[in-house]
Ligand binder design. Structure first.
Ligand code: UDP
Length: 239
């Protein structure tokens, strides 16, 4: 098996039950899940959001902070998370590099596509920080962009739910998990797997999006190593 994947974790996931900040138990859990992939020979890129610290839209809602400044704050939040995840991966014995879309050379490498690809070729995990480096984007879009740049076989959106349902599973007990969706279906208003910009980018580049529950141990390994997506949702052109 030789697969290259990009795993996207939301910042909120890092907060665990606290709702804010970084829960080290979650860091430890994520490192264990990523280690299973690396040990199996997969090449792994990671993007982490910043929603556990700052989101641009929320920061600018009061009218004091400009949206662009709020987004700069949000991108910096993703760097804080990236450093935390890097530490947990290193602690688990994984070779890892952080590359930031915004230059901060005292802390980490700057994103250079060729260099990121070389790290991955050598079996190092690369954490892509600071989103796309531009305001008005999300880390879902950054994750899709990086997945395409590293020629990943898929992007895995690691979430708090098992995948995409036909209706809200919290409200309807008969909600059914959709095992496969087209990109067009994923862009429907009530679905919200990822924002439309990221889905459109994935569609243009035929990049499959796999949506799974990140908190069930072994899910990433099943998807990447065992080729099993029966328990989650796949957005792609193929049924
Ligand atoms: N952000 C941005 N440009 C990007 C990626 C992120 O401006 O390319 C900012 C934006 O303010 C966003 C915040 O960083 O709200 C945190 O990212 P996101 O909301 O995607 O994090 P998540 O929801 O995954 O935790």
């Amino acid at each position: 098996m030789q697969k290259r994947v990009l795993v996207k974790f939301s910042g909120e996931a890092l907060a665990g039950g606290n709702g804010f900040g970084i829960d080290t138990n979650i860091l430890k859990f994520i490192a264990g899940e990523i280690k299973e992939l690396v040990d199996a020979g997969a090449e792994v890129g990671i993007v982490i959001g910043g929603g556990n610290i700052v989101r641009g839209v929320a920061a600018s809602a009061g009218g004091i902070i400009k949206r662009t400044s709020g987004d700069h704050m949000g991108m910096l939040a993703t760097v804080i998370n990236a450093i935390a995840v890097r530490e947990s991966l290193e602690h688990a014995g994984i070779d890892v590099r952080v590359q930031s879309a915004i230059k901060m050379e005292a802390i980490c490498e700057t994103f250079i596509m060729g260099r990121a690809n070389r790290h991955l070729d050598k079996g190092r995990v690369v954490i892509f920080a600071a989103g796309t480096g531009n305001p008005f984007f999300t880390t879902d879009t950054a994750a899709t962009l990086r997945a395409i740049e590293i020629n990943a076989d898929m992007i895995i959106k690691a979430t708090k739910v098992s995948g995409v349902y036909d209706k809200d599973p919290n409200k309807f007990s008969d909600a059914v998990l959709l095992n496969h969706l087209s990109y067009e279906e994923a862009m429907k208003d009530d679905i919200k797997v990822m924002d439309d910009t990221s889905i459109a980018l994935a569609k243009d580049n035929s990049l499959p999006i796999v949506v799974c529950d990140m908190f069930k141990s072994g899910n990433l390994r099943k998807i990447v190593v065992d080729d099993d997506t029966s328990f989650c949702s796949v957005v792609s052109n193929n049924r």
